[in-house]
Write a protein that binds this ligand. Structure first.
Ligand SMILES: [Zn+2]
Length: 468
């Protein structure tokens, strides 16, 4: 009896104080959760001496102990037993029945056009009535007058010209006091240039809508668009004495577009300001260039969480601070959107870059996946841009990152991320690797790798500037 008591006591001590503890699950965040997707994944870590099984299937452990394990979800309740041979954790994931039907896209047409006025700054005009994806045609500041001809859900349908329509969120416009939508007059046209900018000014008698787009070179032999920009196309709508009341102007630029902005002054002058491409000394390409580094997330926004529990925000900052050193040593003027673990809003990050007249903006992140992407096998580095003028910087950076860091190429993508929706300088977002993929994660948490990542971004910048 005595020896049995001792054995039981030892067993209890072992269970409570030994290695005997359950697997650490980082994702899903809770043991009872709802996920509206047909697949999801478990991310976490386990002692590599143990055998981890999820619903009796062995889970591959990385030498760091980290794991990423995709699972299927059926409708209703899905039970997962996570067993490391010592203790079993039970996760219950509820997948709701998909009741979403394809909604009919019925636009309510008004009896007569109504005149609305943009009521706040930086309001997107969209090609379709949907808040998301790549559908922004232009951003308007307060006071631009619009002819509204119908509505769909939270959007008004705007008529720009006889056959040109667009959409604007109802909450960013108000009915104009005078219901007059007579075409506007162009009163004067001026052009100025100095060593920094070329500026076009078009004086009107009211603020009418316009769309400014980057023109991309077309390769007639290959029958496709090149990544090279060749200037800007401006269309101003509702201008008198012109066919369809459209004023169209092509603004050529021989060298690469490197930032521009457009706005109305209080006295209805439309200003298009185009930044000159900086001159580059090939021996010191970064000298006197203003580079804004944006370490993603911060403060209450932790970003993705890695297999071993590390926060993305901290890794982003470490890489960014190393990059700052490299750039400063090369004579660059570095602007940081954050230097410590503080919260900075997305719009403030863009504003910091603009207020400092940045030549280049780089946001540094590390990736995770959505539930539905669980089986995509994605890992490695990716680069994101929104405006065509930023595409080449993103693609150069991705090539250098994948090569110098031996990361998988997780592609170059155009995405409507707020921090890269900035026309005033080439602006990109980099995902160095995946926090939730064990192999990437094991690299990302090492300080020598963080330093290598910073050096790779630095090399990418240097290469991009030298190729200008
Ligand atoms: Zn992030």
């Amino acid at each position: 009896m005595n020896s049995l008591k001792i054995f039981i006591t030892l067993l209890i001590i072992f269970i409570f104080f030994g290695k005997a503890s359950a697997a650490v699950i980082i994702y899903p965040k809770s043991e009872n959760t709802t996920i509206d997707a047909d697949v999801t994944f478990f991310v976490g870590n386990e002692d590599i001496n143990n055998t981890l099984r999820i619903n009796s299937e062995p889970v591959e452990l990385h030498s760091s102990g980290g794991f990423f394990y995709p699972v299927n979800l059926k409708y209703g309740e899905n039970i997962f037993n996570i067993d490391n041979g010592v203790e079993t954790k039970v996760y219950t994931i509820f997948r709701p029945e998909n009741k979403k039907q394809h909604e009919k896209y019925v636009v309510e047409r008004f009896n007569a056009p109504q005149i609305y006025e943009v009521s706040k700054d930086n309001v997107p005009l969209r090609s379709i009535p949907y808040d998301g994806g790549i559908n922004r045609l232009q951003h308007f500041d307060k006071g631009v007058l619009l002819s509204v001809v119908g509505d769909y859900k939270q959007f008004y349908k705007v008529q720009l010209a006889r056959d040109d329509f667009a959409w604007i969120d109802k909450s960013y416009v108000k009915q104009s006091v005078d219901n007059d939508y007579k075409p506007a007059q162009i009163n004067s046209y001026t052009y100025e240039e100095n060593d920094k900018y070329k500026t076009y000014k078009i004086k009107l008698n009211k603020k009418v809508p316009y769309i400014l787009t980057e023109r991309i070179a077309y390769d007639l032999v290959k029958n496709q668009y090149e990544s090279k920009t060749v200037g800007l196309d401006l269309v101003i709508y509702n201008i008198e004495n012109l066919p369809e009341h459209k004023y169209e102007l092509y603004i050529p630029k021989k060298d690469k577009l490197f930032g521009y902005k457009s706005y109305y002054t209080n006295d209805n002058e439309l200003v298009i300001q185009i930044k000159n491409t900086p001159s580059v000394d090939n021996k010191l390409p970064l000298k006197d260039k203003t580079i804004t580094i944006d370490p993603g997330h911060g403060g209450s926004e932790i970003g993705a969480v890695g297999c071993l529990g590390d926060y993305e925000k901290n890794i982003n900052l470490k890489i960014a601070l190393r990059l700052k050193d490299y750039l400063q040593q090369a004579g660059a003027n570095v602007v940081m959107t954050r230097n410590d673990d503080s919260y900075v809003s997305l719009s403030d990050r863009v504003e910091i870059s603009q207020n400092n007249n940045s030549d280049i903006f780089i946001s540094i992140h590390n990736n995770a996946l959505g539930d539905s992407e669980a089986k995509s096998n994605r890992s490695g580095a990716s680069a994101y841009y929104f405006y065509p003028q930023s595409k080449e910087l993103a693609s150069t950076m991705l090539k250098v990152l994948t090569k110098e860091l031996s990361m998988n190429d997780d592609k170059l993508r155009q995405r409507s991320f707020a921090v890269v929706r900035n026309t005033q300088s080439p602006s990109i977002l980099l995902e160095i690797g995946y926090m939730i993929k064990p192999t990437d994660n094991a690299k990302l948490i090492r300080s020598d790798f963080q330093d290598k990542a910073a050096k790779a971004i630095y090399d990418g910048l240097e290469k991009y500037l030298n190729d200008l």
